[in-house]
Design a protein around this ligand. Structure first.
Ligand code: SIN
Length: 285
């Protein structure tokens, strides 16, 4: 499996793993299967000391499915599937600085996201994750049943999300990240069940986030208290883990069962990451 002496440490009481001693650039087929299983088992996995350039990162990612280019943000000119997330010493905004699951606004939302650290601040700039299995499991049976009959309407456009009365996740990205207008015919809104069943684990989890604008069949005013409750509940510290970045760390997370949040606490410092998202399937109830 391209392994020296693999060491796996947990990141919290319920999920997340920190892996050292595994060389992802030199995996055989069995190695890819094991990495896939690590992600399914731990939901968020940080692989330390990885050596990738844009080509080898793309090749590695393609083993897990088709790369999904971000409809609203420009990728690298040479590798459009890689989004460079940069916050410089003078930027104030940070991309991803709100709880969300990636690309919930398309019919087949992101399965995995891979984030590779190129430059990290001396302190701060961690990424938080919320375990959406654990928050589902903690609900009463009655609320599980109610939520299980509902679908969320998820929106990608920052303008529409702002109109919902929240700036999240519609905060303007840092100045050097180029926004783009998606092609007219590209879908940027989608309905998904609020409770989904994971294709690989068979477990149920909550499925909503900052892109969820309202609950289908309800007005925004009717939906807001339910969505606010879900936001407060799912982001409780008990359901979180935290990734502290090092240069050359690659974190892979499973958007089907986690939300994430980029912590913006490193003003005056620089952080640069390369991100690839892997397209998923339609969301099973
Ligand atoms: C994201 O939302 O994908 C960005 C996460 C991060 O930069 O930590």
């Amino acid at each position: 499996m391209g392994t020296k002496q693999m060491e796996v440490n947990t990141l919290s009481g319920t999920f997340g793993a920190d892996v050292r001693g595994l060389d992802l650039a030199n995996l055989d087929e069995a190695g890819f299967d094991s990495v896939y299983q690590l992600i399914v088992d731990h939901q968020v996995v940080v692989f330390r000391d990885q050596q990738f350039d844009a080509d080898s990162f793309s090749t590695f990612a393609e083993h897990f499915g088709a790369i999904h280019a971000h409809p609203f943000m420009q990728g690298l000119e040479t590798h459009p599937g890689i989004l460079e997330i940069v916050k410089t010493e003078t930027d104030r905004a940070a991309f991803g600085n709100a709880w969300h699951s990636d690309q919930m606004f398309v019919a087949q939302p992101a399965k995995f996201t891979m984030l590779y650290a190129k430059e990290v601040p001396a302190r701060g700039g961690d990424t938080l994750f919320a375990n959406m299995y654990a928050s589902y499991d903690a609900l009463s049976d009655r609320l599980k049943a109610v939520l299980g009959s509902l679908r969320g309407w998820n929106v990608g456009s920052r303008e529409k999300l702002r109109a919902k009365g929240t700036k999240e996740p519609g905060t303007r990205p840092p100045s050097n990240m180029q926004e783009q207008r998606p092609p007219e015919d590209m879908q940027t809104e989608a309905s998904h069940p609020l409770v989904r069943t994971h294709f690989d684990s068979g477990r149920k989890s909550l499925y909503f986030g900052g892109h969820t604008m309202h609950i289908e069949g309800m007005t925004q005013a009717e939906s807001a208290p339910i969505l606010q409750y879900l936001h407060t509940h799912t982001t409780r510290p008990e359901f979180q883990c935290r990734v502290r970045w090092e240069v050359d760390s690659l974190t892979i997370w499973d958007n089907r069962c986690v939300q994430h949040y980029a912590v913006n606490d490193y003003e005056g410092q620089r952080r640069r990451m390369h991100r690839i998202t892997i397209a998923g399937d339609e969301v099973p109830v």
